[in-house]
Design a binder for this molecule. Structure first.
Ligand code: 3NM
Ligand code: MG
Length: 529
């Protein structure tokens, strides 16, 4: 039973009024089963043993009707009295091996783990599956041990895959905490490993067997519909995974992307730091987009409904800003709108490393753009590079630590892993979607001498992507060339004498390059180096 159980949509019950209201638990669970829940855990922390057993028996009856296993949280005695399929044990509950002695070899025994060490121990003690969490902070359980994010789950999964023994390699896993209809597809795709097949279609495997959910099913007015929608999102192709290999973009006609911004006037919603708001808004207008500088996450639902893109800039990472940014990321993700992450200073302090982790756990980014150090910090947060490898390098110097080949390698791996486009800016910019990697050598050192120029590139990229380009990587390349070549031409103007006079000239040149293309001359795009 344990091996064959379907863990995909795993319902955990909760009888508190906040979740159940005045409804009957057994009825709510039956509705959820009708909707397609595949596994049920009866979790009840306050009732007396007699009541637990009678409700447990009623639950077991409905679960059997749908051929779905029922396990009891914590209470081995109750599981025995009910005669259900097993138990789920927390770290403070009975040990897995002890429960096995009492319940026998055919029982399903699950264990909650939030670290590799706990996972290893639970496997050794004979658990059938692991509940890994807490993924996202949740109102349902305030006193969870550790918020580990999707990346924390991924680390544990990878750890298990790397073990020598079959027991660890084959153990079933579900993750828990804050999973809902908005993020289930993202969680699934981030926990998937994938590659392009010979026929250029994406071949992917999930590395997790299911999601354990309380409120997104049991607190919903219609638990049947909620379970069905979650099941569909779990089963369908995730919109965060590519369908197939992107076709090679046509680099000879990048002008179409410049023109698209002019014609469609997409919104560029910037949640950015105080220093660059004015500059970024001017840049957005110069290229033909419509800027909104709003750090209020509550507005994002309305703004995300428009044709637009969001920029999340980490320059001013107060806790208040971060919560607003999380809300906005989720609103834009829910509508499939582009989100650009600018991880300003990401590796510089512990506060920023945590902020980065928080944002990366909040949702999906279409583009992650930063300088070398920032992108390395993102690679650490993504669990792709170990922390030590970056810190070790980081003390050497402030200059470039990586060769161009290394940069290309790192960013294409990071792009595959995060299913996004990664842009690493520098004297030579490198961009990749995990498949195609390009460099841009245009630009001018003045860009590095004025505040926030890099941030305005994020703004430009958001506008270019908001036009639903035929090819996202090509659109990002067009934005970068627009930015870098405008800087080249601004720097050599006779009215420019240094970084101060450069800024207005740069805005002028951005505008001019746009109008050149609109009027039919895109020759400047051919100056790509
Ligand atoms: N255990 P929701 S989180 C019961 O992390 C439980 O171990 C957790 O509820 C853990 O789906 C959690 O409403 C509650 O966020 C999950
Ligand atoms: Mg417990």
């Amino acid at each position: 039973m344990a091996a064959k159980a379907d863990y995909s949509i795993y319902l955990v019950t909760d009888s508190t009024p906040a979740i159940l209201g005045d409804r009957d638990l057994v009825q709510v669970v039956e509705e959820a089963l009708k909707g397609g829940v595949t596994f049920v855990q009866y979790r009840e922390k306050t009732s007396d043993t007699g009541a637990l057993i009678s409700t447990g028996k009623a639950l077991h009856q409905v679960c059997q009707k749908y051929s779905v296993p029922l396990v009891i949280n914590d209470r081995v005695d109750v599981a025995l009295a009910v005669g259900c399929e097993g138990v789920h044990l927390g770290q403070d509950d009975m040990r897995v091996d002890k429960a096995r002695e009492l319940l026998g070899s055919s029982a399903i025994i699950g264990a909650t783990v939030s670290s590799m060490e706990e996972a290893r121990i639970a496997v050794d003690l004979g658990a059938d599956y692991l509940g890994i969490g807490t993924v996202y902070a949740t109102n349902t359980k305030k006193n969870t041990k550790d918020i580990i994010g999707v990346n924390g789950v991924r680390r544990i999964n990878h750890f298990l895959e790397r073990q020598e023994d079959e027991a660890a390699k084959n153990i079933k896993t579900v993750c828990i905490g804050g999973i809902n209809l908005q993020n289930i597809a993202l969680v699934k795709s981030k926990l998937a490993s994938w590659e392009f097949s010979a026929s250029n279609h994406v071949h992917w495997e999930k590395t997790i067997d299911g999601v354990a959910i309380v409120s997104a099913i049991a607190a919903q007015e219609d638990p049947k519909a909620a379970a069905a929608a979650l099941k569909k999102a779990w089963t369908d192709h995730s919109p965060f995974l590519p369908e197939s290999h992107p076709s090679e973009p046509d680099v000879s006609s990048l002008g179409r992307y410049v023109k698209d911004v002019h014609q469609r006037v997409p919104l560029s919603h910037n949640m950015t730091n105080l220093v660059v708001q004015n500059f970024a808004a001017s840049v957005a207008l110069a290229i033909g987009s419509s800027p909104i500088m709003s750090n209020n996450g509550q507005e994002a639902g309305d703004l995300g409904a428009l044709q637009g893109g969001l920029v999340i800039n980490m320059g001013t990472s107060t806790p208040d800003n971060l919560n607003n940014q999380r809300q906005a990321i989720q609103a834009y993700n829910a509508r499939g709108r582009p989100v650009v992450l600018d991880p300003v200073g990401a590796g510089a302090t512990d506060v920023r490393r945590k902020a980065l982790q928080f944002l990366m756990d909040s949702g999906h980014f279409s583009v992650i753009k930063g300088n070398e150090r920032e992108i390395l910090a993102v690679s650490v947060a993504s669990g792709y590079l170990p922390r030590e490898s970056v810190q070790q390098r980081g003390v050497d110097s402030g200059d470039s630590l990586l060769s161009l080949e290394e940069k290309a390698y790192y960013i294409s791996r990071l792009a595959s892993r995060e299913q996004c486009i990664v842009v690493m800016t520098g004297a030579v910019d490198v961009l990749s979607d995990g498949h195609t990697t390009w460099t841009v050598e245009n630009g001018h050192p003045y860009l590095g001498s004025v505040t926030g120029s890099g941030c305005t590139l994020g703004t430009m990229i958001s506008a270019y992507l908001a036009c639903d380009p035929r090819h996202r990587l090509a659109a990002v390349l067009a934005a970068m060339l627009h930015f870098e070549i405008a800087a080249e031409d601004a720097a050599v103007r006779s009215d420019v004498h240094g970084p101060g006079t450069f800024v207005p000239a740069f805005v002028d040149e951005l505008y001019k390059k746009r109008m050149d293309v609109v009027e039919g001359s895109a020759a400047w795009l051919d100056r790509r180096k």
